[in-house]
Ligand binder design. Structure first.
Ligand SMILES: Cc1cc2nc3c(=O)[nH]c(=O)nc-3n(C[C@H](O)[C@H](O)[C@H](O)COP(=O)(O)O)c2cc1C
Length: 233
């Protein structure tokens, strides 16, 4: 793919609010999600989970939770993008093991990553050495620039990662004849309850997907010159 083709793909993606009743191939949807998961994530921790909703009854229950937005009822499938706030604990060692096995990283780099992730994420009083870590971390941080991601900021961290996956998904969908719309207009607590998603997960975005019932969706953007800054403000 050259730059022109990529530009065409990115620019032609539209937030689509009306869908045809045609079903979508679940195998194709799985393929799109398989592509979406190649989005980058901090320390390759990969906190994103996908919940695919096609059941009509479930969609009916979703509708009032999503501010009665019509795309919920019209789209043949809805993907709920959720982020695991406990992903550092749940995924990090798993991901490192795969990286090592496939020789994607060296043992030395794995050790370095372990050091970073421990310092960046493990702020809670868990594990035998938490007291010493709690004492040590602020001192180490004086000498090594390590991002601080305590529990209170985990939501921001997780949501950032999930949104990259969501963008990959929308672009991949656009490379087929499928259309999408990213949505933040929903009650997260009620959605979590409906889908029985654990409270340690955030849900930054949900994306209905299907075949567009609207042609000629136009959108504009602010001029690049208003938002581009070279070096300082
Ligand atoms: C994080 C996010 C949340 C959004 N939430 C909604 C939503 O709840 N309902 C909706 O109809 N559109 C929603 N949109 C779509 C935007 O309105 C749309 O992307 C924007 O107007 C630009 O249009 P375009 O995507 O067609 O270029 C959302 C977009 C983003 C990025």
């Amino acid at each position: 793919m050259n730059l022109r083709e990529f530009e065409e793909l990115a620019v032609s993606r539209r937030a689509t609010r009306h869908f045809l009743p045609d079903p979508i191939d679940i195998k194709l949807l799985e393929q799109l999600l398989d592509i979406a998961r190649w989005a980058p994530s901090g320390y390759n921790i990969q906190p994103t989970h996908f919940f695919v909703i096609t059941d009509k009854k479930l969609k009916d229950s979703l509708y009032p939770i999503c501010m009665e937005q019509s795309q919920i009822l019209e789209a043949p499938a809805i993907v709920v993008f959720a982020g695991d706030r406990r992903a550092a604990e749940n995924n990090f060692e798993k991901a490192i093991a795969i990286d090592l096995e496939q020789k994607a990283i060296t043992k030395e780099y794995a050790e370095r990553l372990r050091g970073f992730v421990t310092l960046a994420f493990k702020q809670n009083p868990i594990g035998i050495n938490w007291f010493w870590k709690a004492l040590l971390i602020p001192i180490v941080r004086l000498f090594r620039p390590i991002p601080l991601i305590p529990a209170v900021y985990k939501r921001n961290w997780v949501d950032k990662q999930v949104m990259l996956t969501a963008m990959n998904f929308m672009l991949a969908a656009n490379a087929t004849k499928l259309s999408t719309v990213p949505m933040e207009g929903f009650d997260e607590g009620k959605l979590r309850k409906l889908l029985k998603i654990p409270s340690s997960f955030t849900i930054p975005v949900i994306i209905p997907i299907g075949y567009s019932a609207t042609t000629d969706l136009k959108k504009t953007r602010l001029p690049l010159k208003d938002i581009i800054h070279f070096d300082k403000w």
